[in-house]
Design a protein around this ligand. Structure first.
Ligand SMILES: Cc1cc2nc3c(=O)[nH]c(=O)nc-3n(C[C@H](O)[C@H](O)[C@H](O)COP(=O)(O)OP(=O)(O)OC[C@H]3O[C@@H](n4cnc5c(N)ncnc54)[C@H](O)[C@@H]3O)c2cc1C
Length: 266
């Protein structure tokens, strides 16, 4: 159980103070959530609330760089943030929570029903991280999930502004957990598809990308059959739906997002 609270004044102080027995707190909506064991397992909580320089949003040469402490509501209200990211931020239906929860906290929480990770991954977002040696490094968001960066502070997220990107989220109500959140982006190299499947994980749909890139006229039936028989996908029956339902949902959503992208202007 955490017994110490450090109010870091700078990103460097926060990064240097991070040890295996400490945890960062940004908006606190995941750390302090009922059922979360983050604060339970930590001895020290490092609050980022008073850290300078983590809450700006800068647009430059087609890219937008967002400080890790920007809240979901900051994203929604900024005229620099692209529409596709505002749409993903609005998947968090509670305005009270949007006023607290941060983009950095959402990425670091790595939830299998993540609001933002599918869109940020399909967009090829780049994270700036600060380690305990206070050296800054930039990595692709997908690399962040390989486990080697858990102790590093996310300081900012950079995305391309004019990317073609569409998303879809399925939940019983706007406030419920989503069984599937999926995003697809397209550029001259082809399509990129990422998703979050509740209790399964954060997924990069490489086979679907290849199928659409190889044959942009592929039928919906072929996509449904491909996902139905995919051995690399480990979904299971649970309260969010059967394995067959989740596979069907992924397939029809992929087809629909691809169709939307083909008809969408930047
Ligand atoms: C009722 C309820 C429902 C929820 N439903 C969802 C949901 O459907 N989908 C979803 O994605 N989330 C959900 N959440 C969790 C949470 O609201 C979001 O994930 C939120 O974006 C977390 O942001 P935060 O700033 O509050 O993070 P915090 O709670 O402060 O931190 C979350 C994690 O990120 C780490 N962290 C925070 N900032 C940084 C940083 N800059 N660098 C490195 N590590 C950092 C913390 O140590 C912690 O491990 C829910 C929470 C509640 C209470």
């Amino acid at each position: 159980m955490a017994t110490k609270l450090l109010m870091a004044k700078s990103p460097e102080e926060a990064a240097v103070s991070k040890t295996a027995s400490a945890a960062f707190v940004a908006g606190g909506t995941e750390v302090n959530r009922l059922g979360s064991d983050i604060a339970e397992k930590a001895e020290t909580l490092i609050s980022l609330k008073k850290c300078s320089g983590l809450d700006g949003i800068e647009a430059d040469a087609g890219y937008v760089t967002i400080g890790a402490m920007c809240t979901f509501q900051d994203l929604v209200e900024s005229d620099k943030v692209p529409g596709w990211l505002k749409e993903a931020a609005l998947f968090m239906a509670s305005r009270t929570k949007r006023n607290m929860a941060t983009i950095g906290g959402n990425i670091a929480a790595r939830r299998s029903d993540s609001y933002l990770i599918p869109a940020l991954s399909a967009a090829g977002a780049v994270l700036e991280l600060l380690g305990s040696d206070t050296k800054a490094e930039r990595i692709g968001i997908v690399e962040y999930f390989d486990g080697a960066y858990d102790d590093k502070l996310i300081t900012s997220v950079t995305v391309e502004k004019d990317i073609r990107l569409v998303s879809k989220r399925y939940a019983n109500t706007a406030q419920s957990h989503a069984v599937l959140t999926m995003s697809a982006a397209m550029d001259e190299m082809g399509v990129y598809m990422n998703g979050a499947v509740k209790n399964v994980g954060l997924l990069h749909f490489c086979d679907l990308e290849k199928a659409f890139n190889d044959d942009p006229e592929i039928s919906e039936d072929k996509i449904i059959e491909m996902v139905r028989t995919c051995t690399g996908l480990e979904t299971a029956d649970d309260m969010f739906g059967s394995d067959a339902y989740k596979r069907y949902l992924i397939a029809v959503t992929a087809f629909d997002l691809f169709k939307q992208l083909k008809g969408k202007e930047v």
